[in-house]
Ligand binder design. Structure first.
Ligand SMILES: [Zn+2]
Length: 115
């Protein structure tokens, strides 16, 4: 399962961040998912529950934010509207994807003990 390995990598990063900050638990994980990333958010949620065994992740909420694909001109950088022809309106160069195919761990909210 594709989603399982993605969550595994996200969890690994979150846990090492949490340890580095001596966190007691992770409250929330904010993850950005590009519309073209090929990831099913529902499957990602399900996969995440499989990792919620340790104290750090037991009560963690996984917050997913979907990002639509956006394009711009590969040559002159002009923005290209979604749903239009993927060619620059100014110079007719092919469009380049600027976001929408990524899976990014945006933010980690954690509870840090006061020692
Ligand atoms: Zn252009």
């Amino acid at each position: 399962m594709h989603e399982y390995s993605i969550v595994s990598a996200l969890v690994e990063r979150a846990e090492s961040e949490a340890r580095a900050h001596h966190a007691r638990r992770i409250d929330r994980l904010h993850v950005r998912i590009g519309a073209l990333s090929g990831v099913d958010p529902q499957l990602l949620m399900t996969a995440f529950t499989l990792f919620q065994s340790g104290a750090l992740l037991r009560d963690t909420e996984l917050v997913l934010r979907k990002v639509e694909a956006s394009w711009k001109c590969g040559a002159c950088g002009a923005p290209i509207a979604r749903g239009s022809v993927l060619r620059c309106p100014r110079c007719a160069s092919p469009a380049r994807l600027t976001e929408g195919d990524e899976i990014v761990l945006d933010r980690i909210e954690m509870e840090v003990s006061d020692v």
